[in-house]
Every structure is written in C-alpha cells, then in structure tokens.
Design a protein around this ligand. Structure first.
Ligand code: ADP
Ligand code: MG
Length: 695
C-alpha cells in the first residue's frame, strides 16, 4: 500500500522543505520574496541554490534545468549536470545562486513571430520562486519565466503572472470600496483533464495517430457511445493500474490529483485535481499532460490528448474552473450570506458578464487551435458562440434587478442591493446545463471551451485580463460616487441590462441557438482564422496593453505564431492523409479486389454456370470507390498546393479552413465507405473498433 501523505510532494522543494533545509535568516528572506515579491540578494540565492542542489542529489538528480513554457504551448527544458572538474581529475557537484536565478538557453528555435531575428536570439529564463522546484527523472527542474533582453515575454507564464497581478490591483480597488481589509487577491484554477488511452501496438500501425495525434480516417464502429455505458462505468483493470501509477507520479510532484473516472466516449477518461493558484495550476497541468503520456507507455498504451482523436465520438476538453480569492480566504465568486457580501458578489458577477460579453472574441481566440476547432461547434462540446449560464436562481435574481420586478411572485418587494439577502443558490442547480461554454457553478466559473491539449496559461491570462479591465472601469466610476450604495445599485442594474444578451440558459447544441445568438448580436467565430481576424482590433490591443499584459508587438507575434502553427498542423495532416490514401488504403483495396477477382475466376472455372454475384458486387463497388478516392486525393492535393501559394499567413490559413478542410472531409468520407467493404485480413490499419474497444 502506498503511504500517500509520505509520498505527496516528496519530489518538490516546497516551503516545508525550505524551512527544514535553509538557515532561518535565509528562509525568512526567501519568504519575503515569495510573499511580497522583494528581489532576492545573491548571497541568499547562493544559499538557496546550495540547499536545493543537496536536496535534489538526495533524490537522485544529477542535472538541473530551467523549466519554461515557450509559446509552443508545451514545456521546454535543457539539462546541465551539476558536475564541475576538480583539481584531482575528479568532479565536484556545483550549483550557484546565479545559475538558479537566471539562465540563457539558445532560444533561436522557439517561435517568436518575428520578434527577434535569429542572429540576436538571446532570451533568458528567470526563476519564478512562487512556483516550487521539483525533481523529475534525473533533473532538478526550476520553474522559470522566459523573456527577451528587451523585456518582451517569450513564454506563456510571464503574461499569466502579469494578469494575476493586474487583477489583484483592480479587485483590491473594488474590495476597498466595500471596506474589505484584504491585502492580496489571487486567482485559482482547477482544470479537469480529459484523455484517451489506446493500445500502443495498434497506435504504432496508424500513421495518422503517430504524425498528427488524431485519426484522419475510420469508419464508425458498430458500437460507439450511444449506449451511455462508459461514463462513470467501472474502470477496466489495465486502466486502473495506469491510474494508480499516474496518481503516484503526480502526488510525488505535489499535484493534488483528486478525481478519476471514465468519460463519455469509449476509451476516454478524466482526471481532476484540487484547484490551486493559477500559475501553479498551469505548471502542474503541463506536468500532468507530460506524465499522463509517459506513464501510458510504461503500460503499453498511448495517451491521446488531442481534442478530437476520433470522429463520431466525443472529443476531449479541459474544463477550466476559475475563481478569485483574497488572502483572507474569501472566495469572491461565492454569493455569501449577508447583504453586504451579496452586494459585493453581485458586482463581481456583473463584471464577469461585462467582461465576457465585451470580449467574446478574446475568449474564442484563447481556446482556438486546429484540434479544438473540431470540437467547438460539433454537437458535443460547447459551441463556438460564447454565452454564460447562471442557473435558474441566479438568473432570476439578475432578471428581477434588471426589470425592477419582485424576485419571486409571492414577495412584493424588489431586490435591493446591499439590503436584501440573496436566496440560497444550490450548487447542483447551476451545474445542470452541460452545453454552456461558460457556466457559473456555485462559487466559480467553469470555462468549458478549453481544449484538452492546450496550455491553460493562455485562457487564464485572458480571463484575468478581461475581468481586471471590467473591474477597472467599475472602480473608476464607483470611487467617485457620493452615495456609494445608490450608485452601486444603479451601476449593477445598468450593466446587467447592457450585457443581458450574453446570458443564455437554453441548449447550446440546438440549431435554434445559432439563429437566436445572431439576433442578439453575439459572435460565432467558427474557425481559428475567423477568430484571429479579430485579435488585433483596437479594442483588444487597448485592453491588453492598458492592463500591462501584452505589448502590441507581442500581440502581433501571437497573431503570426497562432496562424503559422495552424497552417503547420494542417499541412502535416494533408500530407499524412495523402500518404495513407496512396500507401495504405488504395493498396489494401487493390489486394482485396485481386483476391475477390481471383476467387470469382476460380469459381467460374470450376462452375461455369456460377453467377459470382457477391464477388462482382464487391468488385464493382470497390472499383467505383477507389476511383472516387483517387479523384478526391488529387483534388485535395491540388487545392492544397494552390492555397499554399497565397501570400500572407491569414490568406493561407483561411484557405485551409475554407477549402482544404472540406476537401479533406470529402476524401475521408470515400475512404470510410471503402473500409467496411474490405475483408478483415485486408484492412489497411486498425479500425475504430480495434482502437476504442481493444484495451
Ligand atoms: P464537477 O465535476 O461537477 O465539475 P468537481 O467537484 O469535480 O465538479 O470540481 C471540478 C473542479 O473544480 C476541480 O478541479 C476543483 O478543484 C475545481 N474547483 C472547485 N472550487 C474551485 C475554486 N474556488 N476555484 C477554482 N477551481 C475550483
Ligand atoms: Mg466540471
């Protein structure tokens, strides 16, 4: 039996370890840095580095690495060993404060969207002491931010930290108006991570899975998810073993892996951790994804984190549970029990309505990826249209404030902010609508559009920034108020009315919602290029620059990077698809056709009267379909070549979205018609049935 408390965080250099291993004065100085952001003196850094190194060696580490999150969305590490040559021809193990605090990886190959030309590609990494160092494999990993010498962020962590700081500032301004004594506000995050597990031997036989992380072909199996027999079902022994090891690995790294269960699709599962501070949650989610993949291999399986590995069954998302709390432990998205707490809650809630309504584009952009585009808009995941679900009780409260009508028909009085107590808001009533992209769930918001493979840094940077911006406008107004209560009441009513269109409690998968949303003037940005066309609008540049999150050049580079990545992924998908058609599917079809043809000829030879109708039927069908497939492949190829010649990254990206993706779908449809006609021994690669049910 695993001793979980003993195991937990055993590979993490956290406060407990620091307190144990550092001299008292050093620990105090470090704590000041952690709590108040005071820069660390070199002498102190040297002592921390020494203690860290000794600790890491005792955990089996021989190397250290600055661990960071470049704009690729995955993590980067370059390992240096602690060894340093000694006089006697041997080595000593060394690690200095300077090496702890700052590193200079060769950054020329990371995407920067033209921010740095490669000849001057010198970024540096700086230690983020608020995220703990840890030992992974044989290396001490030091969480760092990654910046250029001119101070631009080259990573996903720096903007996230900036957004947390900005939100802290603006939220404190509001709290002060309510007489709060809070000194600090932080954002919290709990990402529910979905994933698929499939057999490694089968995975190896599919070029599409190996090259693109998803299946580009595959006829629907005779059984999919229609029996609803997978969600929360008993977990298969092989998967149980996997989950056990995954938990142990995560716990060792101090990751609060809490919930595990089977998800809706066959072979799909989920892990949810206990929430924590956003930057730590982002680091930990990156580690979680890495470890999920690594542990799978040890069990002869492959973990797929792609948003849509299989057509016809659910894809994978990452529900982003988001909240804000004060240093006094008060959750600002919790309705509270007194009129005072309720009024403050209602103001934060109104700010969220405003932030989401005014920045539907930014929310859609921060979850846009080639993979996630397959999911948003398919009837299984939140639609590409952004709206908020509040639950019956809360929606009724806001409606009564907006319309100036009594909250319930029995009471005669109108809801008066700061005077009346909110009715109880049961958590489960708010969680019922699973089709909403943005749902209030009792004491937090659940942003459900995030893709399973995405870094959560981007979405949380966006959430924090847009809320900070809304709070700033409110604070600017309310700080001038003469009669605070009255102006608060007016502001809330006015703002709820102004942003009411973003509230939607109906079925987000319904066709009617698309029409209704259009009537309300809500955006429906179906693809990544459509979304990115909105990114550099003055409104968005103003928001991010004024809040100090991104500079305009940083935003311009995001624009390039996101579009380039999108085109890069689709380019690989098209090439892989064509290869599979010519190397796998057509040859398999021809082999089978030859076998069928030879059979018919043999039968005819022996039985001159035989009709060989079955053989002829199959041959005729396959002859027609292979002909069609070859034609579709040619069309796909020529469309691809044509759009790649366009000038401008947006034009190419739109070419992929509007012309190449439909051409891919057409080719796939024909291939998927061929697959069920082929004999079992002739199929070109493992089928959906193999992949989803043989585990
Ligand atoms: P459900 O599965 O119904 O969505 P869970 O109880 O499994 O709900 O919680 C989902 C996630 O929400 C967990 O990761 C949890 O840590 C997170 N969460 C709960 N409270 C907060 C909060 N205040 N801030 C951020 N995340 C939270
Ligand atoms: Mg949830």
């Amino acid at each position: 039996m695993t001793n979980v408390p003993e195991l937990f965080a055993s590979n993490v250099f956290n406060q407990k370890v620091m307190q144990e291993l550092l001299p008292k004065e050093t620990f105090k100085a470090l704590k000041r840095t952690l709590d108040e952001g005071i820069p660390l003196e070199l002498e102190i850094a040297n002592q921390v580095a020494h203690a860290m190194k000794e600790w890491a060696i005792s955990k089996g580490a021989t190397h250290y690495t600055h661990w960071f999150q470049p704009l690729t969305g995955i993590t980067a590490e370059k390992h240096d060993s602690f060894i340093s040559p000694a006089q006697d021809g041997g080595v000593i193990m060394e690690f200095s404060g300077k090496e702890l605090v700052k590193g200079e990886p060769d950054a020329s190959s990371f995407p920067s969207g033209g921010k740095r030309s490669t000849f001057e590609a010198r970024g540096y990494t700086v230690w983020d002491p608020t995220a703990y160092a840890f030992v992974k494999d044989h290396s001490l990993c030091i969480p760092t931010a990654f910046c250029s010498y001119t101070g631009e962020a080259l990573d996903k962590k720096t903007p996230l930290l900036r957004s947390m700081e900005t939100l802290n500032e603006q939220a404190l301004r509001i709290l002060k108006l309510f007489g709060s004594k809070a000194r600090h506000v932080t954002t919290t995050m709990g990402p529910e991570q979905e994933y698929f597990l499939i057999d490694e031997k089968l995975w190896n036989q599919r070029k599409d899975l190996r090259m693109t992380g998803r299946t580009l072909f595959g006829a629907k199996p005779s059984k999919g998810q229609e029996m609803d027999d997978q969600y929360f079902a008993a977990i298969k022994p092989r998967i149980v073993k996997y989950m056990e090891e995954l938990n142990e690995e995560l716990w060792k790294l101090g990751i609060l892996s809490k919930t595990e269960h089977n998800e809706v699709a066959p072979a799909q599962h989920e892990m949810a951790p206990v929430f924590t501070t956003s930057n730590l949650a982002a680091d930990q989610n990156q580690l979680t994804m890495e470890i999920m993949k690594k542990v799978a291999r040890r069990h002869g399986m492959v973990c797929l984190l792609h948003e849509k590995p299989f057509a016809g069954v659910n894809g994978s998302g990452k529900h982003n549970n988001w909240s804000i709390a004060t240093d006094e432990g008060e959750n600002l998205f919790a309705p509270g029990k007194t009129p005072q707490e309720n009024a403050q809650f209602l103001l934060f809630l109104t700010a969220v309505l405003k932030a989401v309504d005014e920045n539907q584009d930014l929310l859609r952009i921060c979850v846009a990826s080639a993979g996630n585009d397959h999911r948003l808009g398919a009837n299984e995941a939140p639609p590409a249209i952004v709206s908020i679900y509040l639950g019956d009780e809360l929606e009724a409260v806001l409606k009564s404030i907006k319309d100036g009508t009594p909250y319930d028909s029995k009471s005669k009085s109108k809801m008066s902010i700061g005077v009346d107590v909110l009715p109880p808001i049961p958590k489960d009533s708010t969680d019922r609508n699973r089709t909403s992209p943005f749902a209030f769930t009792g004491n937090r918001f659940e942003f459900r559009s995030v893709g399973s493979a995405l870094s959560i840094s981007g979405p949380n940077t966006t959430l924090n920034s847009i809320l900070a911006y809304a709070l700033k406008e409110y604070a600017d107004e309310l700080e001038k108020a003469v009669d605070f209560e009255k102006e608060l009441q007016n502001l809330i009513k006015r703002e709820i009315t102004a942003h009411w269109r973003i509230v939607f409690d109906g079925n987000g998968y319904d066709e009617a919602w698309i029409t209704e949303a259009e009537k309300r003037g809500l955006l429906n940005l179906k693809t990544l290029p459509d979304a990115m066309e909105q990114y550099l609008k003055p409104k968005n540049v103003r928001l991010y620059t004024e809040m100090g999150i991104y500079t305009e050049p940083e935003m311009e580079s995001h624009y390039d990077i996101k579009l380039e990545k999108y085109c890069g992924i689709l380019n690989i998908e098209v090439e892989t698809m064509l290869e599979m058609i010519y190397k796998d599917i057509l040859p398999a079809s021809f082999s089978y056709m030859r076998a069928v043809g030879e059979t018919a000829a043999n039968v005819k030879n022996l039985l001159p009267d035989a009709k060989c109708r079955a053989e002829c039927d199959i041959l005729k069908k396959l002859d027609g379909l292979t002909d069609e497939l070859a034609k579709k492949a040619e069309e796909l190829s020529s469309t691809h070549i044509r759009i790649k010649k366009r000038s401008g990254i947006m034009e190419i990206a739109q070419g992929y979205a509007r012309e190449v993706i439909p051409a891919m779908a057409e080719a796939r449809a024909v291939a998927d018609e061929i697959e069920p006609l082929l004999g079992e021994n002739y199929k070109p690669f493992p089928s959906y049935e193999d992949l989803l049910f043989k585990i």
